[in-house]
Design a protein around this ligand. Structure first.
Ligand SMILES: [Zn+2]
Length: 387
């Protein structure tokens, strides 16, 4: 068996970058490429399409068919390039000064390329534990692919015990991050003439009270910050991102939408916010609105609820990554990943991957070749553990 080489990895990465898998576009061309790549290695492969069939998750397994495998996981989608000033074609990888430039080189096709290069070698071995590859869609817009994949793994009875998510961390080991819950709350009032505000239900004014309540909750969350928390800031946060509503200065606003997000440190933060909002809406706002107009309403749409990654005392994934990287400590980060979803599904999860989050999502995104080499070394040690 020959180990994965950086030349292999670079060549594969160039091919992956050439698929423009921006989240709002299809990723099927790249998924086809991945499926045939793993198919040629003799891996067991399944695809899981989204509702409209435009995108798919790919899940591939090498080694025995049994529980307790290790998952290497990454997302196939990349963020858009519109409005960004690139000095070369973002979908044509360019090597310069020890770096590989192109959309997704860092976030996170560089890791995917390392996985594929490693899989070539692993396919020739007699693995004692399954080695799974989970490549998802729609991570950048709400981790929808990974949420669906967790259900599919359960449905198929596939029970890995640990997952390594290769988001760009400069190969640092990351054991925790906050959750990211995103909502749109729609207020339906009753329009009327501005001179007679009591005859209508002003959706904007109710939305304003809702927002004021969210801000009070934000303060309560601050007070709940745990001593010694390593998060920055150490508490759960609430943020109002956008608001739309109304038709004109002299018209009672019939509609208003508030787009907001909650980033819980611990699941109980989200429970507190949900319970308090439920009480406030159902016992105060809605009765007042409905007293004037029975059809008035408030509805909250869940855009996405991506679980945080909780730091746990015992973690198989962390133990493995310590062993294969030589690291002896782990950090927490502010950005969300799919790791929390694996953890929620009962799979020990850890994050460690090549490249820096500083370069992610930016024009002239790049990954350092040395970072890819470190990642290959880590994966080679992982592979050695599986024989
Ligand atoms: Zn990413």
């Amino acid at each position: 068996m020959s180990g994965a080489t950086i030349e292999d990895t670079k060549q594969i990465l160039g091919q992956l970058v050439a698929f423009s898998t921006i989240s709002h576009d299809s990723n099927l061309a790249m998924v086809d490429y991945l499926a045939s790549f793993f198919g040629q290695l003799g891996a067991r492969v399944f695809l899981q399409h989204n509702e409209d069939g435009e995108k798919a998750n790919l899940f591939a397994t090498l080694g025995p068919e049994k529980d307790g495998g290790i998952v290497l996981s990454g997302h196939s989608d990349v963020v858009p390039v519109e409005g960004q000033n690139w000095s070369s074609d973002p979908f044509k990888m360019v090597e310069r000064d020890g770096r590989l430039y192109g959309r997704g080189t860092c976030d996170m096709k560089g890791f995917l390329a390392c996985c594929l290069a490693t899989a070539r070698g692993a396919a020739e071995l007699n693995l004692i534990r399954p080695l799974h590859f989970a490549f998802t869609y729609d991570e950048e817009v709400g981790c929808f692919g990974a949420q669906a994949l967790m259900n599919e793994l359960a449905r198929r009875g596939i029970k890995p015990s640990a997952a390594l998510i290769g988001e760009p961390t400069m190969m640092r080991v990351i054991e925790g991050h906050k959750g990211c819950y995103e909502y749109t709350t729609n207020f339906v009032g009753l329009e009327g003439h501005g001179s007679q505000p009591d005859l209508g239900v002003n959706a904007i004014q109710y939305a304003a009270r809702f927002i004021a309540h969210l801000m009070e909750l934000g303060q309560r969350l601050k007070d709940r910050a745990m001593a010694g928390s390593r998060f920055d800031p150490p508490w759960a946060t609430i943020q109002i991102g956008r608001i739309f509503g109304g038709a004109g200065r002299n018209i009672i606003a019939g509609n208003c939408s508030v787009e907001w997000e909650l980033r819980p440190v611990q699941p109980s933060d989200a429970a507190l916010v949900k319970k308090s909002l439920d009480t406030f809406i159902n016992q105060q706002l809605l009765p007042e609105m409905k007293a004037v107009s029975p059809s008035a309403n408030i509805e909250t749409i869940v855009v996405g609820e991506v679980e945080g990654l909780q730091v746990v005392a015992q973690s198989e994934a962390r133990d493995i990554v310590y062993e294969i990287t030589g690291a002896n400590g782990a950090d927490v980060v502010a950005f969300g990943t799919e790791a929390g979803l694996f953890q929620e599904a009962g799979i020990s999860a850890i994050i460690c991957g090549p490249g820096s989050i500083e370069q992610a999502h930016k024009p002239n995104e790049f990954v350092e070749i040395d970072q890819l080499k470190s990642c290959l070394k880590m994966l080679a040690r992982l592979q050695a553990k599986l024989v």
